[in-house]
Design a protein around this ligand. Structure first.
Ligand SMILES: Nc1ncnc2c1ncn2[C@@H]1O[C@H](COP(=O)(O)OP(=O)(O)OP(=O)(O)O)[C@@H](O)[C@H]1O
Ligand SMILES: O=P(O)(O)OC[C@H]1O[C@H](OP(=O)(O)OP(=O)(O)O)[C@H](O)[C@@H]1O
Ligand SMILES: O=C(O)c1cccnc1
Length: 477
């Protein structure tokens, strides 16, 4: 699979920093960075992590070729030739840990951790965040849509309205991870083996003298796959009756009309009426698809109105995450390696939420006796959390909110993806990721997952991490 050459897909300040590190001979020093986000998108209670596959391909392909070097040579910064030689030799030699794609994740916990020479770790920040932020955003939006229509078919129709090709292609993959059933984008279907679906456009109907001729012609060519768009002229007076006529003709030829699609008007009323008409004509098997600027709120509302819709085509609102168009994931330096030690570092802010959590950390999901998650627990990598008999979970801001947990399983979320520059194992297939994502959702009580005003899920830290953070805050005050 060709993901394109993205080595220069970075911000200039990264190149300027690594140049300065190199000039000062600090570029081989090892640093640790955490990637995380601070706030769930869409006021949701959780996010669905996606983007790792592209990050892995990007890192594996990281090479400055002659064209890249020639371009850097043109820059007014006057990068020295010896630095450009260093870049020519660059490949990723560090380690990267990440939660698997499809993991349900929460604000302020590391979801990717990079340990590498500052030269490499700094360079990859921009692309890594770009992939993580967009794909996680779309997977989260798709997950919200899936939750309001747990048993219906969901199709991603957004390509024409997406922020260009990459967004359409990787967005449809992210939607599939979070439970969509198919996409209209053929490139995405080919690249990722996502099921592809398609009806027809208004242009098909408008290209014939009559709607009936248009339907008959389409059904002739696609006798078992035709989903007829019934709203070009008048849905109930013309579109549905013509679709029924064609459905009956198909039956006589031993075929079945697959469905109709509604794309305007009152989707609740029209779907109820259309269902009645189809059923009365003996076409109970013909499905009803709806589209028209749908999102989770409209779908929820339409279902509450009794809409008889089997499949939802969702485009613009999903692929552009229209009501929350970016995820603010960040990549922060958390430790400097000195000898075998990791020296924690901190970024102070007037806004307590923006103060970073220092040190070489990992994150555990604490699963209690009912098989439900009690909270996530951030600890230093050397802390023995899995073996602990008792853990104190306390809110890092309101520390009086605390509880002791016993009888738990601590599941480490950050998994090795690269060690010493080499990819560890294979990436899971998309269907494996979808199944894993479904199992993830089962870990959480409903109040954490609900669409409106979800209960905040606890993301806590060990006392050692908390004390280290407080000590560093005191030091810089
Ligand atoms: N029963 C309903 N309740 C709430 N919203 C609905 C309902 N039916 C449709 N909608 C939504 O209302 C919005 C406007 O739809 P409507 O068909 O009136 O306008 P339109 O898209 O401009 O139609 P047209 O293509 O005929 O110009 C769409 O987002 C649609 O999904
Ligand atoms: O509404 P969205 O959620 O973005 O879903 C995609 C939309 O794209 C198509 O409309 P368009 O008017 O582009 O083409 P058409 O003539 O085929 O309806 C389709 O009919 C949907 O309405
Ligand atoms: O197949 C469809 O009906 C479709 C595909 C893309 C956009 N709108 C509709």
């Amino acid at each position: 699979m060709n993901y394109g050459d993205l080595t220069l897909h970075t911000d200039k300040y990264q190149i300027n920093m690594i140049y300065a590190h190199w000039k000062l001979n600090r570029h081989n020093q090892v640093r640790v960075f955490d990637a995380y986000f601070r706030k769930n998108p869409f006021n949701n209670g959780y996010a669905v992590f996606a983007g790792l596959e592209r990050i892995v391909h990007y890192i594996n392909a990281l090479r400055f070729d002659e064209d890249d070097i020639a371009y850097l040579r043109e820059q007014s910064e006057g990068y020295e030739e010896a630095f450009l030689d260093e870049l020519k030799r660059l490949k990723f030699t560090g380690s990267l840990h990440a939660v698997p794609e499809g993991t349900v994740v929460f604000p302020n916990e590391p979801i990717i951790r990079v340990e590498a020479r500052i030269f490499e770790a700094q360079l990859i920040e921009t692309a890594l965040l770009n992939f993580m932020n967009y794909q996680t955003l779309i997977a989260t939006k798709a997950s919200r849509i899936r939750r309001v229509a747990p048993r219906d078919m969901l199709f991603e129709f957004g390509t024409r309205r997406a922020q260009e090709a990459d967004a359409a292609i990787w967005g449809s993959r992210a939607a599939y991870i979070a439970g969509f059933d198919g996409t209209s984008n053929m490139e995405s279907g080919k690249l990722f083996r996502i099921p592809t679906v398609g009806t027809h456009a208004h242009a098909w109907v408008m290209d014939f003298d009559t709607e009936l001729e248009a339907f008959e012609a389409f059904a002739q060519v696609h006798p078992d796959h035709a989903v007829l768009l019934v709203d070009t002229y008048d849905t109930l007076k013309s579109g549905v009756p013509h679709a029924i006529r064609v459905g009956k003709q198909l039956e006589q030829r031993g075929h079945k009309l697959k469905g109709i699609r509604l794309d305007s008007g009152d989707l609740a009323y029209l779907s109820i009426q259309a269902r009645k008409m189809l059923d009365e004509a003996g076409l109970g098997y013909v499905t009803i698809t709806a589209s028209n600027d749908l999102d989770e709120n409209l779908i929820f509302d339409l279902k509450a109105q009794g809409a008889r819709i089997d499949a939802w085509g969702v485009g613009t609102q999903l692929i552009t995450a229209a009501d929350n168009p970016s995820l603010g994931g960040v990549y922060k330096l958390v430790a400097r390696k000195q000898g075998d030690d990791y020296v924690p570092v901190i970024k102070i802010s007037g806004n307590p939420e923006k103060i970073t959590t220092p040190g070489m950390k990992t994150v555990y999901r604490i699963v209690g006796q009912h098989g439900k998650a009690e909270g996530d627990y951030i600890a230093f990598v050397h802390e023995r959390v899995k073996e602990a008999k008792k853990l104190k979970l306390f809110d890092p801001v309101h520390t009086y909110l605390q509880k002791d947990v016993t009888d738990f399983e601590a599941v480490e979320l950050l998994q090795p993806v690269f060690e010493g520059g080499k990819q560890v194992g294979r990436l899971p297939g998309l269907d494996e990721i979808r199944a894993y994502h479904n199992n993830q959702l089962d870990l959480f009580w409903d109040p954490y997952l609900r669409k409106m005003n979800p209960e905040p899920y606890p993301v806590d830290m060990s006392e050692t991490v908390w004390n280290t953070k407080m000590d560093l805050i005191a030091k810089y005050k």
